[in-house]
Write a protein that binds this ligand. Sequence first.
Ligand SMILES: Nc1ncnc2c1ncn2[C@@H]1O[C@H](COP(=O)(O)OP(=O)(O)OP(=O)(O)O)[C@@H](O)[C@H]1O
Ligand SMILES: [Mg+2]
Length: 258
Amino acid sequence: MALWPQKKNRNRPRVCDPDARPYAVFDGAGLTIGGKQILQGLTLTLQEDRIGVIGLNGSGKSSFVRLLNGLRSPSDGTLALFGAPSAQAEPELPRHVGFVFQNPDHQAIFPTVEEEIAFGLTQLGAGKDESRRGARTFLAQHGCEQLADRPISELSEGQKQLICILAVLVMEPSLLVLDEPMTSLDALASRRIRDKLLSLPQKIVMVSHDLDHFDGFDRLLWLEEGRLRMDGDPDTVREAYRRDVALRLGSEQEPAAL
Ligand SMILES: Nc1ncnc2c1ncn2[C@@H]1O[C@H](COP(=O)(O)OP(=O)(O)OP(=O)(O)O)[C@@H](O)[C@H]1O
Ligand SMILES: [Mg+2]
């Protein structure tokens, strides 16, 4: 799979500025798939270092974050990424946006940890031996040197998730997008990964159903039925979201109580 389309287009002028702030500007953006409106009327500017995304199942969170790495393109309105219209930015996005999927088994493609990490370095242009050495150094920098020779399939879910995050980070993306990266992790592993994420220099956009994961974040977006229901500081948005969930539960329970 061609992860780095810009390699084939070396002579094409670069349009993305990886340090651009804002890094994403949505103006009336929407997404329709198979005639179904999945996202609509999104007008917002992303420039903060740590942005969270919440919402009920099916509210459009995964679809929204997929717009950030070009896995999806808006059907309505406009979206600018790293200072360029999304259609022009798309070929360069794999270089600037690291995407971590919810399920590590959907992401990891190589047998061993070292190979998985080394792949990112070969994509950056390093030779085979250089990539392997670089992978070991990178793993050591993140306290994971003992995992280098382990088959990925034999790692625990937490270790797999960490390796998937490192495999993306080794490519030095400017923006890290994570779609529910801690769902299958225990409290300790998810805390460790969250602390690791908060320590990174990268800008982060993260989807999670666990509202505690947004401690230390700058901003929280709440999506509902494909629209932005609320956008603000995490404490305010979390509180409103909790109240809304409680209200929904209350109104569902009323008929049963009668
Ligand atoms: N490829 C697709 N084709 C048709 N409908 C889709 C497609 N992808 C997503 N949808 C629909 O878009 C809506 C939003 O889906 P999305 O996966 O973005 O939600 P989500 O908020 O990430 O949900 P969850 O919390 O369950 O992961 C859902 O109704 C889903 O069925
Ligand atoms: Mg989702």
